[in-house]
Design a protein around this ligand. Structure first.
Ligand code: FDA
Length: 311
């Protein structure tokens, strides 16, 4: 297993941005079953049902509405309203604080109007706080990192529990971890899922992993709340070790994994007493998300191809 070879990753990540490939994949009826392994469904009722199941199994949840790359104010507003509705639904079903939400600022219009995206994000944060839960900002490609961290800082003055994802493949991330490892600061450390140039990002699996461990050390030694988002067994083992070394109790950091990826490991860690948060995406715009998952793991593509053949 492991990091997909570079060539393979870039081909799949290119397909992630192709509307022709998207139409093709979405036209295949059987792709539904592959999709449903990684995506809760298309509507918030699906999201609530899957959340209920995961919470019953002792897992925590963060929900992601798949509406990235919004290009119009109407699209941004629709994404905002979906989050507001979702948070009402979670509160009404008593699924908070076990469930929180993950937000892509691009879905709220960051690409064409940062101020608008921030206003939308602010409303989502207010609703989350009313519902007794938190918001975590996803991190997207490197051209958005500064904008996202600036928005985070402004949102945190009113909503100090807003968290953010940082990506260990970026050369800047160690410094960002140092900056953000402060009391109350929720930092989700992941490897990073976009195709990034050598000038800003480590290219080899080894360098990305080494950076991950350096960043984890900074977060675990610091004063914030580290969220270790990885399925990598070595990373999970190192995180367990560091949490003991830095004397962090099971409520002073958490593990995070994606819905459908290593579900048995998610349950095992939860049984050990750790907080394990499952990242659950839902919505009709699942194509880009699915392609990033396929790019990570050739085995997932084989699985996909088999399903297409047996159609
Ligand atoms: P990696 O893909 O390097 O795999 C390492 C090892 O993990 C493999 O060798 C294998 O042993 C095991 N493994 C991985 N996948 C497996 C599978 N399907 N089945 C069995 N074993 C498997 N990215 C981003 O850019 N911005 C973001 O905001 C987020 N947010 C986010 C939240 C959460 C909760 C998670 C878990 C991930 C993200 N990501 C993300 C994605 C992240 O950057 C990364 O692309 C994936 O998590 C894959 O990297 P891993 O650390 O899991 O290991």
């Amino acid at each position: 297993g492991g990091y997909a070879p570079l060539m393979f990753r870039s081909v799949i990540l290119a397909a992630a941005g192709s509307s022709r490939a998207e139409r093709l994949v979405q036209s295949v009826p059987l792709s539904r079953s592959i999709v449903s392994r990684f995506v809760a469904g298309t509507g918030s009722d699906d999201a609530l049902r899957v959340t209920r199941e995961l919470v019953a199994d002792g897992l925590a949840v963060t929900l992601d509405y798949l509406g990235e790359d919004t290009t119009t104010p109407a699209g941004a507003e629709a994404a905002r309203d979906e989050y507001l509705r979702l948070l009402d639904g979670l509160a009404a079903s008593e699924l908070t604080p076990a469930a929180e939400v993950s937000v892509k600022l691009s879905a709220l219009g960051q690409a064409f109007d940062e101020k608008l995206a921030e206003e939308h994000a602010r409303l989502i944060c207010a609703k989350a706080s009313e519902a007794g839960t938190t918001v975590t900002l996803d991190m997207e490609d490197h051209t958005t990192t500064d904008s996202t961290l600036e928005m985070l800082a402004r949102l945190r003055t009113d909503f100090p529990t807003v968290g953010v994802a940082l990506q260990s493949y970026l050369r800047r991330t160690e410094a960002d971890c140092r900056e953000l490892a402060t009391p109350g600061s929720r930092i989700r450390l992941c490897k990073g899922a976009y195709a990034e140039p050598e000038s800003v990002a480590y290219q080899s699996r080894l360098d990305v992993d080494k950076s991950y461990v350096r960043c984890m050390n900074i977060l675990m030694a610091g004063d914030g709340y580290p969220m270790i988002a990885s399925h990598d067994p070595r990373i999970v083992t190192i995180a367990e070790d560091r949490s003991k070394w830095f004397d962090r109790g099971v409520d002073e950091f958490e593990f995070q994994m994606l819905y459908g990826v290593r579900p048995e490991e998610q349950l095992r860690l939860a049984r050990e007493g750790y907080t394990v948060r499952v990242y659950v995406p839902y919505g009709t715009q699942w194509y880009g998300y699915l392609m990033r998952r396929l790019a990570e793991r050739p085995a997932n593509v084989a699985f996909f191809a088999r399903a297409l053949r047996s159609r």
